[in-house]
Design a protein around this ligand. Structure first.
Ligand SMILES: Nc1ncnc2c1ncn2[C@@H]1O[C@H](COP(=O)(O)OP(=O)(O)OP(=O)(O)O)[C@@H](O)[C@H]1O
Length: 244
């Protein structure tokens, strides 16, 4: 069964052009033989463009593993992830990397901000990596920093900013090249509730105003208040899909 909270609401399958992500029969194991751990199994889902989606579930249920597969950071053991009509596992490492850099934005703890660069430089550098031409980078960086309300502090380095400001810098860095998909791993985990709500409103606006698709993992009940769809994982399988 393919889970799609969007389908469940409308009782109609998603049209191909509405679908940004289609996951079929996804399985991921780590290790081999009798010691192999099955971390994801039989995951099917379909996510439409312009949706704000949460993946929830207990610690160890497989949320980050699934997010890594959606973001082409990892390869499935079986099954496929189709991103905007392209099956990611059918591509070379280079082609997958190109799609990730140019069409996706990632907010992951493992992609920390560069400590010696200012907020502006962090955002500008990410666009260089994404292949945005030099002539367009300055304006796009300023626009992204303005979007998250950080323009006044854009010359500060991460250690001179609060946790919320650092997270907003990470969002600006992830969205400056206008990706189709934004993936965020526990984006409010390290923040107090007020700052976390501010971050969530920025993500909400990106979906509403810019038509971006956002998929994030979370333990945060506040996230459930603002998302369009929630998928719950249990032991590597989706057990519930809901329109909130
Ligand atoms: N590279 C790896 N090698 C071996 N096991 C792994 C690897 N990555 C993840 N796992 C295992 O897969 C399971 C799911 O991990 P995952 O990080 O996806 O869970 P999660 O739902 O994101 O948890 P949390 O909420 O704590 O971040 C865990 O048991 C973890 O130990």
């Amino acid at each position: 069964m393919t889970y799609s909270a969007h389908d469940a609401r409308n009782d109609e399958p998603l049209a191909a052009e509405q679908t940004l992500l289609r996951v079929e029969g996804l399985k991921r194991t780590f290790g081999r033989g009798s010691g192999a751990a099955v971390v994801l199994q039989g995951v099917n889902l379909s996510i439409a463009r312009g949706r704000l989606v949460a993946l929830k579930g207990r610690s160890g249920s497989g949320k980050t593993t699934l997010l890594n597969l959606l973001g082409a950071l990892d390869q499935p053991t079986e099954g496929s992830v189709d991103f905007d009509g392209v099956v990611l596992s059918g591509l070379s490492d280079k082609a997958r990397g190109d799609i990730r850099r140019t069409q996706m934005g990632l907010i992951f703890q493992s992609f920390a901000l560069f400590p010696l660069m200012s907020a502006y430089e962090n955002v500008e550098f990410a666009m260089r990596i994404a292949g945005v031409p030099a002539s367009a980078r300055k304006e796009a960086a300023l626009q992204a920093l303005d979007y998250v309300g950080l323009k006044p502090r854009m010359h500060h380095r991460p250690f001179e900013m609060s946790g919320g400001e650092q997270q907003r810098t990470a969002i600006a860095r992830a969205i400056a090249h206008k990706p189709k998909l934004l993936l965020a791993d526990e984006p409010t985990a390290e923040l107090d509730s007020r700052t976390g709500l501010h971050i969530l409103s920025v993500l909400r606006d990106l979906v509403r105003e810019e038509g971006m698709t956002v998929v994030m993992t979370t333990h945060d009940p506040a996230i459930m208040e603002i998302v369009d769809e929630v998928y719950e994982l249990e032991d590597g399988t989706i057990v519930e899909a809901a329109k909130v």
